[in-house]
Design a protein around this ligand. Structure first.
Ligand SMILES: [Zn+2]
Length: 291
């Protein structure tokens, strides 16, 4: 029993009760120290503090629960990356497992790229998917982007504030940047620089004015300086890359070729034409039309 003084006139008696139990599993002692006041006139005690010393099983269970929660939080955070505004919606549901294997060589290269992700990052090895419209360049690039997100999802802990993967077009980025004030634009370029992976789809169709070119230069420079991987899909031929329309494009093309050392040609018939033909067929059936 101890005594504490409450002001100069009142004195409160307090007691410490210690409950001791032994855990049947880990044999550690459970301690519970309850510090409370002496019963008042009605027989009620006021608990001042409770100190618990729990056994190993309970501590372990709490730790597992804590880590599970953090992992879940991390997974939710990573998952939102797929639905972010810079992940174009038509690519959201593409996975490597959906590959129709029409270009087995390309498929293998993509799988190897992901399997060697640590080296890819270390060597800053980007990919340039080159080929005509509709051959599946964007599919392969998107499948890689999702595979990187999936890796990130399993890898915890990581910084929650760090963006991970954007798959977008140059025009989407430039349109967004055009609405930003200068300091926000710098901040955004910093974010682009820090992404685990940036995929620019349909590069080269945005050819245009000085403003576009200037901002495209900023985007490419951001990746170039951060030494992080960049994947580009383009219809531009190697000849067009070798003969840029002006000096500004030359600088951009040179940097892209330096960063995207792995050039993957994607050939074959256009899936888009096939999809369009199939849609026409379906529409005819739906409307009960004959050829
Ligand atoms: Zn125990």
């Amino acid at each position: 029993m101890a005594t504490i003084s409450g002001g100069s006139t009142t004195t409160v008696e307090i007691t410490t009760k210690t409950n001791v139990l032994t855990c049947a599993v880990c044999k550690e002692v459970w301690l519970e120290e309850v510090i409370e006041t002496e019963p008042d006139a009605d027989g009620n005690c006021k608990i001042l503090s409770v100190v618990k010393k729990e056994c190993a099983c309970i501590r372990e269970r709490a730790q597992v629960h804590y880590e599970k929660n953090l992992l879940r939080e991390h997974q939710i955070y990573v998952e939102t990356n797929r639905t972010g505004m810079f992940f174009i919606s038509r690519f959201r549901d593409i996975r490597m497992s959906h590959d129709d294997l029409r270009n087995p060589e390309v498929t293998n290269q993509c799988k190897n790229y992901v399997a060697n992700w640590a080296s890819v990052c270390e060597k800053n090895m980007g990919i340039l998917f080159r080929g005509p419209v509709g051959t599946g360049k964007s599919f392969h690039a998107a499948a890689i982007a999702h595979a990187v997100i999936d890796m990130k999802k399993r890898k915890y802990p990581s910084s929650h504030n760090e963006p991970m993967v954007y798959m977008t077009t140059v025009s989407t980025l430039i349109l967004y940047m055009s609405e930003l004030e200068l300091h926000r634009k710098k901040w955004f370029l910093g974010r682009l620089a820090m992404l685990d992976l940036l995929v620019l789809d349909d590069f080269g169709i945005e050819r245009g004015n000085e403003y576009t070119l200037e901002n495209l230069g900023y985007i490419i420079d951001a990746r170039y300086n951060s030494q992080k991987p960049l994947i580009i899909t383009t219809n531009l031929s190697s000849n067009e890359f070798k003969n840029p329309p002006n000096i500004a494009y030359k600088r951009i093309f040179d940097r892209i070729e330096e960063m995207c050392g792995l050039i993957i040609p994607v050939r074959g018939s256009s899936r888009r034409l096939e999809i369009a033909a199939k849609k026409q067929e379906d529409a005819k059936k739906l409307l009960g039309l004959n050829d």
